[in-house]
Ligand binder design. Structure first.
Ligand code: FMN
Length: 218
């Protein structure tokens, strides 16, 4: 195992929005191979209830782009629950303007991104308890991240997005999804432009790690 290479992939796979190449076509074989890699991820009770809905049809991408833009407009105007205010010196607060600018760009251009991928999982948990929720979402989200990593290793960028799920029923109708299916995300996929990506500034592992009891450091 090349640890340095693995760590590089894991620490530099960023949300790619403005650097998605909207003109360069994507070979479907690259998407298929990345899905094969992703399906090595764990699932609860080995359920493997995962599905990757790959959308290249321009009309369908326009439909998804319109749903996403509607949700983005609500989010940007503060009409969706947002996270708590952060002190201005918090690294997350400093990153926010850049992320918002990048996310606004994606909302304007999503329909132009050559491939949209909606990872889905069998089962609905809106009325279920914490164990069922953790099990169902936990049986698709590791595969989604593996998919993004596998894309990145092949020169393809993506960004984890969830906003269109506000209109999940419209998206399900557009794509003919069965009513038992849960949509986990919408990943815009394209070749990326420019060179390398860098690790992001994150909260330190020390303050986010608890040894044996909450708040106990090693
Ligand atoms: C659960 C989840 C939902 C997200 N939803 C969106 C979204 O709807 N739109 C978007 O542009 N980015 C979305 N993101 C991406 C985050 O904004 C991004 O991961 C964060 O800003 C850190 O940037 P990085 O991924 O480049 O490190 C989401 C990420 C996660 C994990």
């Amino acid at each position: 195992m090349n640890v340095a290479l693995a760590d590089h992939l894991l620490t530099t796979t960023r949300s790619v929005r403005k650097r998605l190449d909207l003109r360069r076509p994507v070979d479907p074989a690259l998407i298929e191979r990345a899905i094969e890699v992703a399906l090595q991820a764990p699932t609860g009770s080995n359920s493997q209830g995962w599905h990757f809905v790959v959308v290249t049809d321009a009309e369908k991408r326009a439909g998804l782009g319109a749903l996403y833009k509607r949700a983005w407009d609500l989010y940007a105007s503060g009409k969706l629950p947002a996270r708590a205010e952060l002190p201005p010196d918090d690294p997350r607060a400093k990153q926010l303007p850049r992320i918002i600018e990048s996310a606004a760009y994606l909302a304007e251009h999503l329909h132009e991104v050559p491939v949209h991928v909606i990872p889905c999982v069998e089962g609905r948990v809106e009325n279920a308890g914490a164990l069922a929720q953790a099990s169902v979402y936990g049986s698709i989200l590791p595969a989604v991240w593996s998919f993004m990593l596998a894309l990145r290793a092949r020169g393809l960028g993506s960004a984890w997005t969830t906003l269109h799920i506000l209109y999940e029923h419209e998206a399900a109708a557009l794509l003919g999804l069965p009513p038992t299916m849960t949509q986990a995300a919408l990943l815009p996929v394209a070749h990326y432009t420019g060179a390398e990506f860098k690790p992001a500034k994150r909260l330190p592992a020390r303050t986010q790690t608890h040894w044996n009891a909450w708040g106990k450091r090693r």
